[in-house]
Design a protein around this ligand. Structure first.
Ligand SMILES: *[C@@H]1O[C@H](CO)[C@@H](O)[C@H](O)[C@H]1NC(C)=O
Ligand SMILES: *[C@@H]1O[C@H](CO)[C@@H](O)[C@H](O)[C@H]1NC(C)=O
Length: 209
């Protein structure tokens, strides 16, 4: 009795190999989440439909409590582009995040430079609100805009699977172009942005117009 490969086994192995070659070898990305500007975890094989690695760092102020959160993982490239996301609901509720998407094994291991918030008021203002369990919220107040946040932004998405949220405030132009599916870690939540809509914000001094 000698150890030889059965024809069936050989066929199965060839079929598997062809499938792997046909689809491209699966990507692997570092996967982790933690407080602070960098996180570290294991390289993991991505699901076949996740063809990019993501690294993102967010500075968020929720009810006056400031947090920096990092996240790395596998994503679909249709739901990821490198850029930033910044929105201000009011002086005690804002978030700013930078992210990078890349397509090589382990390419998301290096940390990103921290998001630097520009706190200087730019003279613009926008309606603002924030609410959970809903896709829209009704603005009850205005917020003053800072730095490069020159647009009035409405965003909606998921705060965690199945839990909707909606917010309005001042945002940067790149925030307006966030792809549906963009991930923004914030404290213990990983927000999924589903929808953004924008219009230029008005002058603080031009309220009568
Ligand atoms: C960030 O984390 C990676 C591991 O994912 C580690 O190799 C690297 O040294 C860390 N960088 C900094 C600046 O802490
Ligand atoms: C911060 O924002 C203000 C107002 O938009 C702007 O004039 C200033 O140049 C910004 N500072 C930096 C360092 O980008």
């Amino acid at each position: 009795m000698k150890p030889s490969m059965k024809p069936e086994t050989f066929l199965l192995a060839s079929a598997l190999l062809c499938t792997l070659l046909g689809l491209g070898y699966p990507l692997s990305c570092e996967v982790c989440t933690s407080d602070g500007p960098n996180c570290s975890g294991k390289l993991q094989t991505c699901a076949p439909d996740k063809d990019s690695c993501l690294v993102v760092v967010t500075e968020s102020n929720r009810k006056g409590s400031l947090a920096v959160t990092s996240y790395k993982g596998c994503v679909k490239s249709s739901e990821c582009d490198s850029g930033s996301f910044a929105i201000t609901m009011n002086t005690e509720n804002y978030m700013g995040s930078t992210r990078r998407c890349c397509k090589n094994d382990g390419c998301n291991q290096d940390p990103l430079p921290a998001f630097v918030r520009n706190h200087t008021e730019n003279g613009l203002r926008c309606p603002s609100c924030i609410a959970a369990f809903t896709e829209t919220c009704t603005s009850t107040q205005e917020t003053v805009c800072v730095g490069e946040e020159t647009h009035c932004v409405a965003v909606s998405g998921l705060a965690q699977p199945g839990i909707k949220f909606a917010a309005q405030g001042c945002g940067t132009e790149t925030t307006c172009h966030s792809k549906p599916g963009t991930l923004v870690p914030s404290g213990s939540h990983l927000l999924t942005i589903k929808k953004t809509s924008c219009r230029p914000s008005s002058q603080a001094s031009g309220k009568a117009e």
